[in-house]
Design a protein around this ligand. Structure first.
Ligand code: AHG
Ligand code: MN
Ligand code: MN
Ligand code: MN
Length: 322
């Protein structure tokens, strides 16, 4: 049985990064505990406030954010952090070597229906500057030192990449530790499964309309095979399914709100998931090319996302080039 920290210590991961990942794991075990208590500890429902993106915060969005912040800021390894639930960046220790961007609770509309949610994180090396600023975070996802998520499902799982493939760990509740359960994740190049919120169909651009139309046409259409569809409404759970059994996931550009190109956020949703998917042999694209090559302009910027099985993502992207 390989525990998370001993597995990381044996890899080429720098010791400071090992302790940072370990700390994120501890914070997420604490979040998992609060989620499990559910209605019994009064943590369900809305917090009555809006975050910087205009979404109504759930109590657990705020609780998870505060927990992660407290653990990370106390550690001395973090120079600064950025979160979906924080308007600006939060300064950490001057001596900290890393920057962390996170989505404390992804899929928060699932909280009150006791369905899957997760925590997504992205770690960069902190540039050698005197005082941390938002500018320090605006690095392409290609620079990520590590990325991952914790999925709070029937089992609690930590899925991680430090640039040497993707590993999955499962929380062994008896000993309170994440143990290695999948050593090397690989996404099959072809698939017959896709994930998209179909209710937004009328808002998509024409190439996405055509691509999804051809998938729905099944064996009678140009793709000459039948496709299955899934949508959990938590990116973390949809991407987890893709890492486990393949598929394509997209939250495309749509014309509902002209200033918001897509729904998902680059720094703490698209980038970390992009790294995991590429490290597992898949592709992760936005409208301009690979997600990991996007030069960020703001910490809360949104991007269209198409990721998963390499051949299927390439096919979808090719519809957009026509
Ligand atoms: P969050 O709960 O962190 O705000 O993220 C929700 C995101 C993502 O997890 C999911 O894929 C998507 O929103 C679901 O969107 P729909 O409401 O359109 O299904
Ligand atoms: Mn949200
Ligand atoms: Mn999210
Ligand atoms: Mn969230």
């Amino acid at each position: 049985m390989q525990r998370l920290s001993s597995q990381l210590q044996q890899s080429n991961t720098p010791p400071e990064l090992v302790s940072l990942i370990d700390l994120i794991a501890v914070a997420c075990k604490d979040i998992a505990h609060r989620l499990q208590q559910g209605a019994m500890s009064g943590v369900l429902g809305s917090a009555g406030e809006e975050n910087v993106q205009g979404e109504t915060q759930k109590k657990l969005d705020v609780i998870s954010n505060d927990l992660l912040k407290d653990y990370l800021l106390a550690s001395g390894t973090v120079r600064g952090l950025a979160s979906e639930e924080e308007e600006g960046i939060v300064a950490g220790s001057d001596k900290g070597g890393y920057l962390v961007a996170f989505d404390p609770l992804d899929g928060s509309s699932n909280i009150d229906i006791n369905s899957m949610v997760g925590t997504i994180f992205s770690i960069f090396k902190a540039p050698a500057t005197d005082a941390v600023s938002e500018q320090d975070f605006l690095q392409p996802g290609r620079n990520q030192a590590a990325a991952g998520y914790v999925l709070y499902g029937p089992s609690v799982m930590l899925v991680l990449s430090t640039g040497e493939g993707v590993q999955m760990y499962t929380l062994d509740q008896r000993i309170g530790e994440f143990v290695l359960t999948v050593e090397k994740v690989a996404i099959a190049k072809d698939t017959k499964e896709f994930a998209i919120n179909m209710s937004n169909q009328r808002f998509w651009a024409e190439p996405m309309q055509r691509y999804i139309g051809d998938l729905l046409a099944g064996s009678d259409g140009p793709r000459e095979k039948n496709f299955n569809m899934r949508w959990v409404a938590a990116m973390v759970a949809d991407v987890h399914r893709i890492l486990c059994r393949g598929g394509l996931f997209t939250y495309p550009w749509d014309n509902r709100e002209p200033n918001k190109p897509g729904k998902l956020r680059l720094m703490y949703e698209a980038n970390p998931m992009g790294m995991l998917v590429e490290q597992a042999g898949g592709l992760a694209y936005t409208d301009t090319g690979p997600i990991l090559d996007v030069q960020p302009e703001q910490i809360h910027q949104r991007v269209p996302v198409i990721l998963g099985a390499a051949n299927e993502v390439a096919t979808c992207v090719a519809y957009h080039a026509k």
